[in-house]
Design a binder for this molecule. Structure first.
Ligand code: 9MR
Length: 587
């Protein structure tokens, strides 16, 4: 006690922190903390309760020099200690802040992570009675009737537009910007609906906050509005990009335009004609809103989620389910008719979400449609897809095959049991590969690369680990999910909880046009439960990231700065797996 007192009170030189989840730990879960002042030899650690009594002790495990964090890493594993209470860890001159061991840690996180989607809603006021006065705001883009982009784009490509306007009011803003993108809306919606399909009671909401299904419906209704009316012929770049060089990817010059039947396709996005300044509350956006050309990828995002909608709302709202099914079938047929209409990276004012390989979107849509309808047409298509055989990978907006495989392996369908078993083994193998990545970094997380939205990637991996846990009942997958969530909540070399409002030191200044308190004190910071994109050492596009480039170890390439859009933006496709994973952990 006497020995530890100075550390606790900070009476001497400040102790070097011990990094751990700032939310704490559940009694029966693994409990890992990281010490970064290394001697090369295992050292004693102490777990100390609030009265100063040492309640557990052990020796650190030396990992050593860690390229991912740039530090010298030792681990404290106190998983065996299960008594609820408040504690801190100490080892040599290192100490942690106070943290809790207690049951039922994750339900509030799941609820707040879901509330993010309500905050991001377009077209409706965000009400004080639900979010509190601080985060209430008037509706943004309340009557969004948009025309198609027409004229010359940034690369001097001439677009002829379309003969209609669409009322696309509603849905969720994608991120810190006010774009509404069908690619990305799709995966985010699928993930929320997946949490619901897995456990309809997963997230009990309180205080009038929207229920999971009601929140998901907001985006589904929007995606349906983005569908091209029947009988529409449009001039679109059709076919593969002119340069097939892999390095050029979807950024290469588009192919020649052709006039084709675009009925049933989905527009890629509706967004501002020009980037708006920071901050711009949604209701203060005066930019023209435009529909951007339909793409095969967007069309398949609509087909997949509308097919999922058709089974989720069956028995809940049959008319809506039927509307979804019809839209899904139309979208899928439109994508088959126009299989190579890719987004071009040539419009300012919004993000690209360009994807030059839609084979995975085709597989995903076919899988969702097959599980919903049992139709042979969809079964043949998914079985003929390479994604039915190749190893499953990390889900993401450009890589949606694993979403289809999750649906095929966790929802009842007419797929033969032997195929379901084979696909389950494929998913479990993917989970095992993610777990294998833990050995490669000192903080022991199931991730090996830190690109734009790395926290979202990590949580998508955690979702796959959760599915593997469901399929196998092997506790190692829950341990992997905890590793991922602990990292996001503070067990990282930035010593930050990347989830606003969760932990003593949490993200405060996301790249967001409304939660931009650091730019305008009249605006709020982020509400609780919002996930920062996270460390990014590979696509350091923003001015803050550029300054860090070459100077940070991958996990440290991050800053809590409103201008750091490549490091500290928030997005629906990143918060969605946070919802999924927190709900899974809360069970
Ligand atoms: O999440 C997207 C990431 O994978 C891309 O590398 C990046 C650059 O194209 O764009 C990210 O998505 C952004 C989108 O384009 C616009 N809204 C904000 C998104 C998150 O930063």
């Amino acid at each position: 006690m006497a020995l530890l007192a100075p550390l606790l009170l900070g009476a001497t030189s400040p102790a070097i922190p011990i990094d751990l989840s700032q939310l704490g730990f559940q009694p029966d879960d693994p409990k890992i903390a990281i010490v970064t002042i290394g001697t090369g030899q295992p050292r004693e650690w102490l777990l100390v309760d609030e009265t100063g009594k040492t309640v557990a002790r052990g020796m650190t495990e030396v990992f050593g020099k860690d390229a991912a964090s740039g530090g010298y890493v030792e681990r404290i594993d106190f998983s065996g200690f299960r008594t609820p209470g408040s504690y801190h860890l100490a080892s040599g001159s290192s100490a942690s802040t106070l943290f809790e061991i207690r049951p039922n840690l994750y339900a509030p996180l799941a609820r707040d992570a879901l509330a993010f989607f309500y905050h991001q809603r377009a077209g409706v006021p965000i009400e004080a009675r639900i979010v509190g006065a601080r985060w209430a705001r008037p509706a943004g883009h309340a009557h969004e009737v948009a025309k198609c982009f027409a004229g010359k784009d940034e690369r001097d490509i001439l677009w002829s537009g379309c003969p209609y306007s669409l009322d696309v009011t509603g849905g969720w803003y994608d991120a810190g910007d006010h774009g509404k993108y069908v690619v990305n809306g799709g995966i985010a919606l699928w993930t929320l609906l997946g949490a619901y399909e897995r456990n309809p009671g997963a997230i009990p909401t309180t205080n009038g906050a929207p229920r999971l299904l009601d929140e998901a419906r907001v985006e589904m209704e929007f995606l349906l509005k983005m569908q091209v009316p029947d009988g529409t012929r449009l001039s679109l770049p059709a076919g593969p990009p002119k340069s097939l060089a892999a390095s050029a990817g979807w950024r290469s010059d588009p192919p020649d335009f052709a006039t084709l039947d675009a009925s049933g396709m989905a527009h890629q996005k509706v967004a501002d004609a020009r980037w708006t300044a920071l901050p711009t509350p949604p209701s203060a956006d005066t930019q023209e809103r435009l529909l951007y050309p339909p793409t095969t990828a967007a069309t398949l995002n609509l087909a997949a989620t509308a097919a999922q909608c058709a089974r989720v709302w069956k028995g809940v709202d049959d008319a809506f389910a039927a509307r979804c099914l019809a839209a899904a079938a139309r979208a899928y047929a439109a994508a088959r008719r126009n299989p190579q209409i890719y987004a071009t990276n040539s419009f300012t004012g919004s993000g690209g979400y360009g994807d030059g390989d839609v084979s995975d979107e085709f597989y995903w849509a076919a899988a969702e449609l097959f599980v919903t309808t049992g139709k042979a047409e969809y079964r043949q298509a998914l079985e003929a897809s390479p994604h039915f055989r190749v190893p499953a990978g990390e889900p993401g907006w450009p890589q949606t095959a694993t979403l289809g495989t999750i649906t095929l392996t966790t929802r009842p369908s007419a797929l033969p049991a032997v195929e379901v078993q084979r696909l389950r083994a494929m998913l479990v193998a993917a989970a095992d590969r993610f777990l294998a990545d833990e050995a490669g970094n000192g903080y022991r997380i199931p991730l090996a690369h830190y690109s734009w939205g790395s926290n979202g990637a990590l949580l998508n991996r955690a979702m796959v680990l959760g599915v593997a846990g469901d399929l196998t009942r092997d506790p190692k997958y829950r341990a992997g999910v905890i590793d991922a969530v602990d990292y996001v909540l503070g067990r990282n070399p930035n010593r930050i909880s990347y989830v606003s409002g969760y932990g003593a030191d949490s993200m405060q200044n996301p790249h967001h046009r409304f939660w931009a308190h650091s730019l305008d004190p009249a605006l709020p910071g982020p509400p609780p439960g919002v996930l920062s994109g996270g460390a990014n050492s590979t696509a350091m596009a923003d001015p803050v990231a550029m300054k860090l480039q070459g100077k940070c170890a991958p996990q440290r390439c991050w800053a809590d700065d409103v201008h750091a859009y490549a490091l500290n933006e928030v997005a629906i496709n990143w918060n969605a797996p946070l919802v999924w994973v927190a709900a899974w952990l809360a069970e």
